[in-house]
Design a protein around this ligand. Structure first.
Ligand code: GN1
Ligand code: MG
Length: 383
């Protein structure tokens, strides 16, 4: 079954010429069809129809300068997770994609132009959504992230390479923005609005990095990009069944992930809406997603980690606005765009959302405090 995201992706002729590349991952098997898959902003992703359907991806080496290390992190996670799941299976379906080997037994293929390609097994009978469909879906989005984090919780972050230095380090994005702004021309009222908002909030950009530097928050292995449409939902049971898009598994704070999951799932209009003025953060959804998360993740979360959840929700939202806006100012070199001012519009959405999170701080903090009282055990407090 095709997901909402897949259905919305028009078939293009982009697949022309990909057959010899796909062939590298199927041995003597037949490649029957290749078509674009999903709506990622960074890599190029295709679904290959073969005896076993699989996902073919060109790693964007403008973003991931060390693609071999990305693959090494990915392979480490996959073998760790497969081992964990075979020793202590979850009480539900949970799939971790397999990294396909090429015909010459490598974890990637380099084409004639130097592009790096990889193949991953396709997680079948699942679907994804860009927005929360109902409360059950909200629980499952949180639960899915918790399952993923619990699989990662005993993979030491020291074993993983930092494949994207600066990723989610908000003060760095702010510095980059200041540099870009010094050379940019700001014309439109929307651009002025973004600049004003950044200046209003810039003093809060270091909140997580300071907590990390002061030793309050532990470095863990994280996903890095667990937005709502990376969490696959089983089409039959409607339960979360996998978390995909595994390029940014690396050392970090779980807060980056919690913030990213909540900012993407508690925005009922979705991050691609053009109605940015109508965007708001849904606190009820936030409570439901977080409850789902804690139901599967509370076992390893330290008490102090609860205390930065509000900051993370706000910060990762603000940070993504900053990233989109800076990219708009430099001419859209990082995030793929489909129309003029696309990254500006995306930035406006995130800034509106950050503003809404800020306005509802008390209500969000109350939800977190209640959940902490419910889920945080003595063992977590002693940690
Ligand atoms: C990028 O490629 P995609 O869509 O999975 C970005 C994320 C952003 C996201 C916003 C490596 O992810 O950080 O949150 O766009 N990934 C990278 O949609 O920068
Ligand atoms: Mg991604």
């Amino acid at each position: 079954m095709l997901s909402e995201v897949e259905r919305s992706t028009p078939l293009t002729n982009h697949t022309h010429g990909l057959t010899p590349i796909a062939q590298q991952f199927v041995g003597k098997g037949t490649v029957r069809d290749i078509r674009p898959l999903g709506s990622g902003n960074i890599n190029d992703t295709y679904l290959v129809e073969a005896e076993q359907p699989f996902v073919l991806q060109r790693i964007n080496t403008e973003v991931f300068a060390q693609p071999h290390q990305v693959m090494d992190n990915l392979c480490q996670f996959v073998s760790h997770a497969h081992q964990r799941l075979s020793q202590a299976p979850f009480n539900r379906r949970w799939d971790v994609p397999t990294v396909l080997r090429t015909n010459n037994n490598q974890h990637h293929w380099t084409d004639d132009q130097g592009n790096i390609w990889r193949g991953l097994s396709f997680v079948s009978n699942t679907t994804t959504f860009n927005t929360i469909q109902d409360p059950h879906h909200a629980i499952e989005i949180g639960y899915g992230l918790g399952c993923f984090h619990s699989l990662l919780s005993d993979l030491s972050s020291a074993q993983l390479t930092d494949t994207l230095p600066g990723f989610h380090i908000t003060p760095n994005y702010l510095r980059q923005y200041d540099t870009v702004l010094a050379q940019a021309k700001i014309f439109s009222p929307e651009e002025h609005h973004c600049c004003t908002l950044i200046d209003t909030y810039r003093y809060r950009a270091s909140v997580l990095e300071e907590a990390k530097a002061e030793g309050h928050l532990p470095l863990r292995s994280i996903h890095g990009d667990p937005k709502i449409n990376n969490i696959l939902i089983d089409t039959a049971t409607r339960q979360a069944a996998s978390l995909i898009d595994l390029d940014t598994i690396k050392p970090g704070l779980v807060h980056y992930d919690i913030g990213d999951c909540l900012r993407s799932s508690c925005n009922p209009l979705g991050e691609e809406t053009q109605q940015w003025r109508s965007v708001s953060f849904d606190v009820t959804l936030c409570a439901t997603v977080l409850r789902g998360y804690l139901a599967s993740a509370s076992g390893f979360l330290d008490a102090v980690e609860y205390d930065y959840i509000y900051d993370a929700i706000w910060l990762i939202t603000f940070e993504l606005g900053l990233r989109f806006f800076s990219d708009h100012l430099v001419g859209n070199v990082y995030f793929k765009t489909q129309r003029p001012n696309h990254n500006l519009q995306r930035a406006l959405v995130q800034f509106q959302l950050a503003d809404s999170i800020n306005t509802q701080k008390l209500a969000i903090q109350t939800v977190i405090d209640q959940l902490k009282a419910e889920y945080c055990t003595e063992a977590n407090r002693a940690a």
